[in-house]
Design a protein around this ligand. Structure first.
Ligand code: G6P
Length: 463
């Protein structure tokens, strides 16, 4: 199987639009961003099918749609356990989100990670033609660059990390951390979502690894290889997303929210059900608001949409139980005969439906404890009515806070700050809502997903 000439070959664990695991509506920002880029540029998208098969065959399933060639492989149950549930989602994900308390490391996880990286390398290597640009994504596939180089693939290969990079002391608690980073340094260009994650990475390379690092240009020299690390904040497909406004699906969803909340202010949260998203802490902030302003209990309804994710991992099942408990506690304390102040919806919604829900919500609460970027914040901004926009409350620990600094920025660990921001958002005069929104919308429009991909791929060709 050979590749077409000079195409873009994207590799990621999750490939959108396939039928395998991953709750509908919980696919996360990566899949949506890559789909938008590949639909516009064309190319190949290679990764895991999301399916498990008894025994690994290495067969590559090919499917063509919207100008994208999707090439995927099935994994064995042991792969899924050790690589996806294990190293990716029980070791790297919690560690990189600064949750050392939830981080589990087992030697089999590390072996499973290397095995699956090799399997996906084998799949990708068959698809890459001589002039192709190769772009690998996220924490599941950090070792792929090294694997491709060992197979003699000399193309430009870039890597983008969608999640944070942790502070040096935390990262160096990972067994064999040097091995992971030395694989990563085989890429030509490594992209991060914001300055803080890049600085943590460069700091580690200089301090722990002993690489020669030029902070200005992001150039890193290690074991005779030069690579570059830079910031490229991911955005949304602004035009596509705003074009959903007139769809019946979007209008129906907006109507559903408006008519069911009636004269109350609707506040919305939309997240994959993940402990990094700060959902129990968010509910504490809302509980604090109701305690401090009992006279306003009737003015506000909070709708939390949180489709389950990675349910084979215990910490994800635990967070679900915690969230259900807290929702019940607040509703028990503040509900009336005809109404509960908090609605927790576990299913996912289409992009058009989300557009309608965002538009009908006067406030969005986006309060992760740590988040690489957070595209919900950007989608909420894009969906607002320019004449009567809503207010975004955003965690200072989301990568998006670096760009969206006209939002109400809060510390998600402090319920009093969340409560104060809710109050300020409810009472904010129209003029202030408009001026804040205009600054936010300029950023979301200008720094969209195509600009992100264009900047990264331009640099990948020229570094
Ligand atoms: C985050 C990660 C993505 C991942 C997504 C959904 O956004 O950065 O790589 O695809 O979560 O998680 P899942 O485990 O379902 O792919």
């Amino acid at each position: 199987m050979t590749g077409q000439r000079d195409q873009l070959v994207v590799v990621s664990n999750r490939v959108s639009g396939l039928t395998g695991r991953g709750a509908p509506g919980a696919q996360g920002g990566l899949a949506g961003a890559l789909e938008a880029v590949l639909k516009r540029r064309g190319g190949t998208w290679c990764g895991w099918s999301g399916n498990e098969r008894g025994e690994f065959t290495g067969d590559v399933h090919i499917n063509y749609r919207d100008g994208i060639r999707k090439a995927t492989i099935d994994l064995e149950p042991q792969d899924v356990e050790e690589y996806y549930n294990g190293y990716a989602n029980s070791t790297i994900w919690p560690l990189f989100h600064c949750r050392l308390d939830l981080t589990r490391y087992e030697r089999n996880f590390g072996k499973g990670y290397e095995r699956v990286n090799k399997r996906i390398t084998d799949c990708a290597a068959q698809l890459i033609g001589p002039g192709d640009l190769v772009w690998v994504h996220d924490y599941h596939l950090m070792a792929l660059g090294k694997g491709l180089r060992m197979r003699g693939i000399a193309n430009r290969i870039g890597f983008f990390l969608h999640i944070p990079w942790p502070p040096v002391r935390l990262f160096s608690s990972l067994p064999f951390h040097e091995r992971l980073v030395s694989s990563l340094l085989k890429y030509d260009l490594i992209g991060f979502q914001c300055d803080e994650w890049l600085e943590n990475f460069l700091h580690y390379c200089r301090k722990d690894l002993g690489a020669a690092v030029d902070e200005q240009s992001g150039r890193i020299k290690y074991e005779g290889v030069t690579t570059h690390a830079r910031v490229y904040p991911v955005g949304i497909d602004f035009d596509h997303f705003t074009a959903l406004a007139d769809t019946p699906e979007a209008q129906e969803a907006a109507w559903w929210l408006r008519s069911s909340t009636r004269e109350r202010i609707a506040m919305i949260g939309v997240d994959r059900l993940d402990y990094s998203k700060g959902l129990p802490e968010r509910l504490d902030g809302i509980g604090c608001f109701f305690e401090r302003h009992p006279e306003r209990t009737h003015d506000l309804v909070f709708v939390q949409i949180a489709p389950p994710s990675r349910e084979d991992v215990k910490s994800y099942r635990d967070i679900r139980a915690r969230l259900e408990r807290k929702t019940r506690q607040i509703n028990d304390a503040f509900s009336e005969v005809e109404f509960d102040p908090i609605r927790y919806v576990k299913r996912g919604f289409s992009q058009a439906q989300l557009y309608g829900l965002y538009r009908a919500a006067r406030i969005a609460l986006v309060t992760p404890l740590r988040d690489g970027m957070n595209l919900v914040a950007k989608e909420y901004v894009a969906a607002q009515d320019r004449l009567d926009p809503g207010v975004l409350i955003l965690s200072r620990f989301a990568g998006a806070a670096r760009q969206l600094d006209s939002a109400l920025i809060v510390n998600p660990h402090n319920p009093v700050e969340i409560a104060q921001a809710i109050r300020a958002a409810m009472d904010m005069p129209l003029e202030e809502r408009r001026s804040r929104w205009e600054r936010l919308a300029d950023n979301v429009r200008d720094e969209n997903v195509h600009v992100w991909a264009g900047n990264f791929l331009h640099d990948l060709e020229s570094v």
